[in-house]
Design a protein around this ligand. Sequence first.
Ligand SMILES: [Zn+2]
Length: 524
Amino acid sequence: MTRFKGFLQDHHYISNQYIFVAQLINLILKWYCSKTKKQHFVSVYFEILENYCRKFYALNIKIFNRNSVNSVQKYNQILDLKIWLKNPLSILAENAEGGILIEGTHIIELIPSGKQPTSLYDSVFDASCHVILPGLINLHHHFYQTLTRVYPQALNKELFPWLKTLYPLWAGITPEALRMATRLALAELLLSGCTTASDQHYIFPAGLENAIDLQVEEAQNMGIRMVLCRGSMDRSEKDGGLPPDSVVQTCDEILADSERLIQQYHNLEEGAMTQIALAPCSPFSVSETVMRESAKLAEKNNVLLHTHLAETEDENSFCLETIGCRPLDYLEQVGWLNNKTWLAHGIHFTDEEIQKLAAAKTGISHCPSSNMVLSSGVCRVMDLEKAGVPVGLGVDGSASNDSSNLMQEVRQAFLLQRLQHGSKVTHLDALRWATEGGANVLRRPELGRIAEGMQADLALFKLDELRFSGNGDPLAALVICGAHQADRVMVAGKWIVEDGQILGLDLEQLQAQHHREAKRLQEK
Ligand SMILES: [Zn+2]
């Protein structure tokens, strides 16, 4: 037996070498063929050889790492193994009834009904019980707010008094509490089918200066794609603003840290896992200098800008009284009205303002649950989209939505727009906002759709709960019957969630730790 194991181990090593040699020869041949514009038959043989080597190697890994899902995944990625997600129950893509073929981090082929992939593949995943969606994209959140969900004193209040109640609590957030809040919010998002998350963190009390670094670490450990919005506030109570003095920073501190984070983490490559955006909390919680300088910094480094805007009528009156213009005009004055900016909420716009947004291609994150909870109004999603404004969805902070479930937000968006526009709004519209729409807002053309060449970010849902029983359209059922948990989630070709569980994360322990930090904060 030992000798047999030794034989396999040798072949494990040798087959690994074969793959790389075959890959190398194959690459050279492909390059030669493309240069000479000739079809070279040898290339086909090497492709077959390479695939046999891959299969043999994968078999060996399975034998030696039977219980280690992560190591098989790791080798799958290193070797760019091809997996066929076969015959899905339904899929949000054209001509892909037979499934999709994934190689490494990308979708390389859509397979029509009854057909096989045209190239060789290494493994098959039977998706006949799954509805496949492009991974959902969340455009707006404040992870730290999971620590003050349903805080009794803030219940049943509108935006400004609600904020005034919660700010003193948020001033007490520690690095450990933020770490737990980030981990918990990311887990919630992932389990709801989200593969690209963004978070706006704008509370920086003493001791929490490295908040964004800590969040980058958590997102990278979790394996989710992330846009970290470096929030900021430099106007506090002493300047007539809402937040207490202890949670704001000076203009210089904000700009220096923004620049540091961009240099350290912002990745502009296709398929980037980590990006930074600059995100003053609102145009009225920072000085004009922070707004202007953030825009300049964003332009210089090719990063996006994000802030809250047009959330309530209070905000319009506040802006008119203090600055003498409407919020969108102010945004334009400080150099923010362009295609690098996306705005959370975007409810109270006039027709002219919608045209202005469309001309500038400024994006909107619609946050239906938060808008309903805080009674802020209804975002004119259909009008915005019709005018050409990029629109996506956000769950918003857990203190206003009290949930970070993006799939439920798809349903909320569908219902709210249905209420306004009747049957013109379909489940496909809501799914588009949460996928392709979000990718447009984040300027990420490689995300948000299931098509050849796109990143393999996917959310797979099963319809085995009571709520789906008897459905006649699996895709519509996800939205209309109210799907809330993905069975599997893939980010950049790697399974992160399997059988409704995040691989490598103890959820029970996380809940206990998060709950302890939340109690500590609320009882301070
Ligand atoms: Zn928000």
